[in-house]
Design a protein around this ligand. Structure first.
Ligand code: ADP
Ligand code: MG
Length: 330
């Protein structure tokens, strides 16, 4: 395996008129775990999606700057994006197995890259499932649908699927946020084992998780890097007040709110329908602030939004009657 580490220089990402990353300069060490921490909306996902150039699928996005992976600027002319994405796997927040069997999920990438031999495929599938810690649980049902697995198993399957194309870098976007504690622990221990072979970048807003996993830490704040360094340095003596506040759990929780809607005086379910309509005008990742004062809505609105697959970032009482619900569109 080649020596890969990532160096980012003056990266700017602008969605429409909205700057999501501003002059980001970073290094991510070879075969270590780098944790990217920071409040919701600070640009963590944007940063990961830039590293494997998935960001380019977003309409109206402008990207400038340089990302060096293994001595090559991934934005330079002549870079083969397909092989770049093969080298840099992405595991997202919600496991998204393909609607096919467990076996075919893992064999999918190798097949696309030309592997046809049945025995070779059997071998890759087994070894990746073993590495992801899933083999014993699925060996007897390799040919059943992946969607029948539990969410925790699905996330390990996604990990196996990423490993199957022999990447050098693993990008993990809040990989345990949809999982129960035992499944989360499973994933965490796999990541710790995998770092001997892979450069791992994990986005998390769980500080405890970052402390358990990270060798290197980057704190993003409203699209800018405010601190980066070794985990021991950053966690024990952060140099930036905002990092100290974030680590101590009393950050001002700044959100970049993209739209706001006042639903005071509106009862259920009208307020929910109106908030849903307002979300339709936003892009994935954008943030809506909803003001409500209807007592039942305080629990019903967040619950309904989560059932709809949206990300509820915060529910907060503003005064005696008014509440705000902050929702990030998924
Ligand atoms: N497709 C998009 N179009 C417009 N704005 C976006 C888009 N995706 C994300 N954003 C905005 O960019 C900022 C960073 O988003 P994101 O990278 O998803 O943050 P994080 O992962 O830290 O929560 C947010 O303010 C969000 O509203
Ligand atoms: Mg995110």
């Amino acid at each position: 395996m080649k020596e890969t580490s990532i160096r980012i220089q003056h990266l700017n990402v602008v969605y429409g008129g909205h700057t999501a990353l501003k002059d980001v300069c970073l290094t991510m060490p070879h075969r270590q775990i780098t944790a990217i921490i920071g409040a919701s909306g600070c640009g963590k996902t944007t940063l990961l999606r830039s590293i494997n150039r998935l960001i380019e699928f977003t309409e109206g996005v402008r990207v400038s700057g340089e990302i060096w992976v293994d001595g090559q600027n991934i934005f330079s002319a002549g870079v083969d994006v397909t092989s770049l994405r093969k080298r840099i796997g992405l595991i997202s927040q919600k496991p998204s197995p393909l609607p096919m069997s467990v076996f075919d999920n893992v064999a999918y990438g190798p097949r696309i890259h030309g592997m046809r031999d049945k025995r070779a495929l059997d071998h890759v599938v087994r070894s990746c499932l073993e590495t992801a810690g899933l083999w014993d649980e699925v060996r007897d049902r390799l040919h059943t649908s992946a969607t029948q697995l539990s969410v925790g198993q699905q996330q390990r399957l996604c990990l196996a699927r990423s490993l199957a194309v022999q990447p050098e870098v693993l990008l993990c976007d809040e990989p345990t946020s949809a999982l129960d504690p035992v499944s989360s622990q499973n994933i965490e221990s796999k990541l710790l084992e995998l770092k001997k072979d892979y450069t791992i970048i994990i986005v998390t807003h769980n500080i405890q998780q970052a402390m358990r996993l990270a060798d290197h830490v980057v704190h993003l704040y409203l699209g800018e890097v405010v601190e980066q360094g070794s985990a021991s340095e950053v966690f024990q003596k952060p140099g930036d007040d905002r990092t100290r506040a974030y680590i101590n759990g009393n950050a001002p929780s700044e959100f970049r709110v993209d739209a706001e809607i006042n639903l005071k005086g509106k009862d259920c379910p009208l307020n929910f329908v109106m908030a849903k309509t307002a979300l339709e005008d936003l892009e994935t990742g954008q943030v809506l602030k909803v003001l409500i004062d209807y007592p039942r809505a305080i629990t019903e609105m967040p619950r309904g939004m989560e059932a709809d697959g949206q990300n509820v970032l915060r529910v907060r009482q503003l005064n005696k009657t008014d509440w705000e619900v902050i929702i990030q569109k998924q």
